[in-house]
Each structure stands twice: as C-alpha cells, then as structure tokens.
Design a protein around this ligand. Structure first.
Ligand code: GLU
Length: 321
C-alpha cells in the first residue's frame, strides 16, 4: 500500500521536477546551473579524497538545552527565534528525504524532519520553518550566501573538503554509494561499468567517486538526480550512481530499473551550518543527542525508511572538541 503510494507520488514528482513548480521560497534545482551537459562545469575527474580530518566529529553539545522560546540573548538561536522561523536549505526532488508531496504541495522527508526537529527545539513548534530549495551545487555556499539559510539538510555527506568551508552537525544518517541499472542488466556494481556512461548530480560526492572508479566508467553530470533519471530513461546514460538512499527513491519511479552493488563509499550525512555560529552547531548537536536517546530518530527512520526494514541504531555521535 505504502510502496504503491510512493510510486504514484514519485511519478508525479518527476513531472513536477521536469516542469518546475511554485510554492515555498524556492527555485527548481539546477536553475542556477542551467542544466549542464555531460561535459559542463563538472568537478575534475578522480580528485583523491581528502582524509586529513575525521569528518564525523563535530562540536560538542552545550548542555543543558535552553527551553523552547527562551533562546539565550546574543546567540544565533536567538536571532532565529526573533525572526520567527528557521530557514532550511534542501531539495525538492529527493524522494523520502526531501521531496514535494504532489498532493499537499509541501516538501517532506527525513531531511525535512531533521530541520523540523531543530525548529521544534527553538520555538516549541516544528512548523516554524521556511524551506528554501537549493541546488546540490549550492549546498556549501548556502549557509553564507547573501540571503543565507540557517541549516542545510540535503543528503549531504560530511567530508574534510566541505569541513573547510562549513561546520557539520554530528552524523544523522549513514548512507553509501551504489548503482542503478536497467533491470535486464548483468552489471553487479560499478566494477562492471567500465567505459559505460554513469550519471550523477553536479556537485555531488558520487560524481567524484564515479570518475575515480578503477573500472573507468564515464562520469556524466546532470543538475540533479531527477535529471539523471530522465537521461537514464532516454538511454543517454547506462546507469546512475549515488547514495543508496537516493537510488531507492529513483528505483521506485522506474519499474525497469534496479539497484545493485556493494556500497562503494561511505556517505555520512550531517547538517551544514555556517562557521560563524559555532554555538548553533553545538545546539543542533544537543538536539540530535536528545533525539537519538528518546526514540525520535527511530520514529523518523520508521516514518520515511521503514520499507527498507527495521530501524538500525542511529549513528553514534563523535566530537572534535
Ligand atoms: N551525499 C552526496 C553528497 O553530499 C549526495 C549524493 C551524491 O553524491 O550522489 O554530495
């Protein structure tokens, strides 16, 4: 029943993503990049991963959490409280994590709930949130843009390269990269796709991983993964490779596709926050810590990802100070 509802919603979602839609203070993903072609401004191939830090380790929470509606003066949380809403940067086409529900017009999913839980901690009301749709390529810049978002929750891998520009919360989800191929394909993973065109979103870690794969697939960039799915369905690419979380949502939209392979990378998701507000990162980590312990994380998993099986243990928090 639920799987069918997801499929129906997903088909509509692709139409929405292709045609653009209104609502929220958003623009369709990829608008800034003007739908780059395969050879467009994609990241350089095979840049070696930066392993100079522990990307899972974030700032230690400040305890105790202030009461909702009583954020301490002079903190960024107070700035948000005084504004009356939290501004969350996310996608509108990542099914199960942040996608527009075609029946309600609202953007919803695991990532959106992460933001809503922070809004609830600040205001006592998860609805005090404004969603701003951003492109994958804009996720790092969004927290320090001219009109910044407070928080990015957008299937965003915390890695050392990005830590140079933003702070990440502690890890709230552990994903890993796999491959989507035609249901008739013999490929069992990226190792079988040498010389084949494999699509990923511009600005994603997956693009770099495809370009660096030993089997030498041809990495093809599109503005977002909905665009990759269209390219796959039009036979412009042989496969799509990204986080298993995202592939589950894509496979639900195409009965002739399947997800294969062992995980070829670790993609630990963190929420990105400006380095200008370290106290806000500590606050977010305190909320995550509480929600891991009180079952909120588990309920969020069951709500959005329950079809994948029982909820695993939430990723353990690691701290750097
Ligand atoms: N987790 C990835 C990132 O942060 C998004 C998905 C992908 O790379 O394909 O870039």
């Amino acid at each position: 029943m639920r799987a069918r509802a997801v499929t129906v919603a997903a088909v509509l979602l692709v139409s929405l993503a292709a045609g653009g839609c209104s609502g929220d203070s958003s623009r369709p993903r990829g608008e800034a990049s003007a739908a780059p072609s395969a050879a467009a401004t994609a990241p350089g191939p095979g840049t070696p991963a930066d392993t100079s830090c522990n990307p899972r380790a974030s700032r230690r929470p400040s305890a105790p959490l202030p009461k909702p509606g009583a954020m301490p003066a002079g903190t960024y949380m107070r700035t948000i409280q005084d504004r009356g809403r939290l501004i969350l940067g996310t996608s509108q086409d990542t099914l199960l994590f942040s996608s527009r529900n075609p029946f309600t017009g609202k953007i919803e999913g695991f990532d959106v709930d992460m933001g809503r839980q922070i809004a609830a901690a600040i205001f006592g009301d998860p609805d005090k949130i404004q969603i701003r749709v951003i492109g994958y390529d804009d996720r790092v810049e969004a927290v320090d843009a001219e009109e910044p978002v407070d928080l990015v929750a957008d299937t965003m891998t915390a890695n050392c390269d990005r830590w140079r520009d933003v702070d990440f919360s502690t890890i709230y989800y552990d994903a890993g990269q796999k491959v989507l191929v035609s249901s008739t394909s013999d490929a069992r993973g990226i190792g079988d796709l040498g010389g084949r065109k494999v699509c990923a979103a511009q600005g994603s870690t997956s693009y770099d991983n495809i370009a660096a794969a030993a089997s030498k697939p041809v990495a093809v960039a599109r503005a977002g993964f909905a665009d990759c799915l269209v390219a796959f369905q039009q036979n412009e690419v042989d496969a799509i490779s990204t986080d298993d979380t995202i592939l589950v949502g894509l496979a639900a939209q195409d009965p002739y596709a399947k997800v294969v392979g062992p995980r070829m990378s670790q993609e630990p998701y963190g929420m990105a926050i400006s380095k200008k507000h370290p106290e806000f990162t500590r606050f977010v980590n305190a909320v995550l810590e509480r929600n891991r312990a009180n079952g909120t994380w588990k309920k969020t998993y069951e709500r959005w990802l329950g079809d994948l099986g029982p909820a695993p243990r939430p990723p353990a928090a690691q701290y750097r100070d």
